[in-house]
Ligand binder design. Sequence first.
Ligand SMILES: [Zn+2]
Length: 385
Amino acid sequence: MVHMSRRVTSTRLSDNRELIYFDDPETPSRPPGALVDHRDLPPRGEPGEVRFDALSGEWVAIAAHRQSRTHLPPADQCPICPTTAANPSEIPAPDYDVVVFENRFPSLGPVAGDIPPAPSTGGHGLKGPALGRCEVVAFTPQHTGSFAELGETRARTVIEAWAQRTEALSALPGIKQVFPFENRGADIGVTLHHPHGQIYAYPYVTPRAANLGAVARRYYDDVGAKETLAASLLRAEREDGSRMVLEGKHFSAYVPFAARWPLEVHLVPHRHVADLAGLRGEEKEELAHVYLDLLKRLDALYPTPMPYISAWHQAPLDPVLRPSGQLHLQLTSPRRAADKLKYLAGSEAAMGAFINDTTPEAVADRLRSVAVAPASAKTMEDSPA
Ligand SMILES: [Zn+2]
């Protein structure tokens, strides 16, 4: 597989976790000696549990061992900054561009494999090891900043990492869904300030993906497999126009007709593609541009940066849901005013019944009209802010 001159180097940390460097095209190669983890980490723990909730028919991961994980460390002890003599971090290199590594405190893993099949009825007491894999994606060696501040070259390298990891994780035994995401801002529960995202590879189809996947499958069957539900909604939104945020050659973004969150944008490829690994080079190039544009629009709405969840919905690996699934991004924020957050309370948290205090059309209008500076073609390090 060719990675458009982006070098990919896989190595192992001292506890045998995999760590992978994804380099920008112009980055010179690093001597292998600079990539050795000199820490003496304890062996990795056993997986937690997945337990089957017979009441809802959903799996729940029980990861009590994660309580001891790092929580908002000071900048000089950041585990995602490049290693220095004073801070032997998770990334044993003096510098890097983009890095992906296995989470030291994973909710799922460290090994992947099959969990017991979910029964169609009953199943009380069913459990298994929390198999799967959780990875961390460091977007930049710089401790401060955000994805929105990356240059297009660096954003494109992150997209290459997402695509490569999606392909690799999808091939692991027992994996049913690969989910790249970013939680941004302490309001979302971020435990590390350093700009980073995560990728979860689940041993089951998650409840929301199962729900969306079943609806998408019914539509796909209804129209004789002529188009996906995501494609039909994108077509309708582009014809209507009132909720469109941006339109590109390969990707377009809109606020959904029945948005659940005060701020919610869906970014959808024009072509039927299952996941990030299926994108072509020119699509990934444009994605770097439009994704940065979207994030800058979010940040421009209020005087302070927008807390958000950036969630890449990819077609599950389940053979029934796979053909009708389509890659798309759901970008959501609980922020409903400069100083107000929406909390998931009774109706949403207990019943899953969302009540949105904003109108999707007004939110789309704000996102369209907000002034945004174009992303630099350079990386963030080349153009200090
Ligand atoms: Zn850092």
